[in-house]
Design a protein around this ligand. Structure first.
Ligand SMILES: NC(=O)c1ccc[n+]([C@@H]2O[C@H](COP(=O)([O-])OP(=O)(O)OC[C@H]3O[C@@H](n4cnc5c(N)ncnc54)[C@H](OP(=O)(O)O)[C@@H]3O)[C@@H](O)[C@H]2O)c1
Length: 246
């Protein structure tokens, strides 16, 4: 069984420019675990600079929009020491299945094609650096269609399928692949969700621990874990419950 020790690692965490985001929680957990360097992916360096004020010499902000064509190869060329790639950037528009086509496409660009392009570009880097690991922020909604975001759920279902495929395809080069399936986490994305939420800080810690323990699938919070257990117990009843607003 493969695993990944974050001590002395060199990580790239995408979409980590918000002060209460899961990305920041992951960056902090990696630094606490003794990471050698963390490249913090942000869309706007000036807007996010104040979020990492300590100027920890191990933190380096990198401008990275995961949907920007060609940027993945350029960044992989610049950051040749990365051995941990964390796909955290994500978009939730709330688009329904019959909703806005442009919103649906943007969600798939950020949540699916962005991580795929970046993984394609970084796979040889990880290989050169001993295999390393990839973390993909899926969602418990990868497993069922969450009414508040049908298009978001579909994009995360696609990412879940690619997570399994990447684990298979990257096994030969020794890259560990961890899929993370959160329920509601206390960030901007979930601000309209009225359910018990776990902090991004706690999610970051659990991701680092899951990497160390060699886990492949992580349900990082209690609410999400309960939802997943309900789904597994009776998928059809769970689907009907969601449709009825339970
Ligand atoms: N919060 C939850 O309840 C929850 C549950 C399940 C899964 N997740 C997943 O966990 C991850 C982090 O979510 P979060 O709650 O921390 O969300 P968040 O607070 O909304 O932060 C999302 C981050 O993604 C960045 N981003 C969006 N589009 C991007 C792009 N094209 N290129 C690069 N970065 C981009 C945003 O950058 P800007 O700051 O520049 O907008 C932001 O920093 C996401 O993948 C999300 O789907 C979250």
């Amino acid at each position: 069984m493969s695993s990944f020790d974050s001590h002395d690692s060199v990580a790239l965490v995408t979409g980590a420019g918000r002060k209460n985001g899961i990305g920041k929680g992951i960056v902090d957990a990696l630094l606490a675990a003794g990471a050698r360097k963390v490249y913090v992916g942000v869309r706007n360096r000036a807007a996010s600079a104040s979020i990492y004020p300590q100027q920890d010499g191990r933190v380096q902000l990198v401008e990275l929009d995961v949907t920007e064509g060609g940027r993945a190869e350029a960044v992989a060329g610049e950051l040749g020491d990365v051995n941990l790639l964390v796909h955290n950037a994500g978009l939730f528009t709330g688009a329904s299945a019959l909703g806005d086509d442009a919103d649906q496409r943007r969600e798939f660009e950020v949540n699916v094609f962005g991580p795929l392009a970046l993984t394609r570009a970084f796979a040889p880097v990880l290989k050169r650096n001993g295999g390393g690991a990839i973390v993909l922020l899926n969602s418990v909604a990868s497993h069922f269609s969450f009414p508040l975001g049908a298009s978001y759920s579909a994009s995360k279902a696609a990412l879940h399928s690619f997570t399994q495929a990447l684990r298979r395809e990257l096994a030969a080069q020794g890259t560990h692949v961890l899929g993370v399936y959160p329920g509601p986490i206390d960030t901007d994305m979930a601000e309209k969700i009225d359910m018990p939420k776990t902090s991004a800080t706690e999610v970051g810690r659990r991701i680092v621990a899951a990497l160390r323990d060699g886990e492949e699938d992580l349900l990082p919070d209690d609410t999400g874990a309960q939802m997943y257990a309900g789904f597994r117990a009776d998928p059809k009843a769970f689907e009907r419950g969601l449709a009825a607003g339970a």
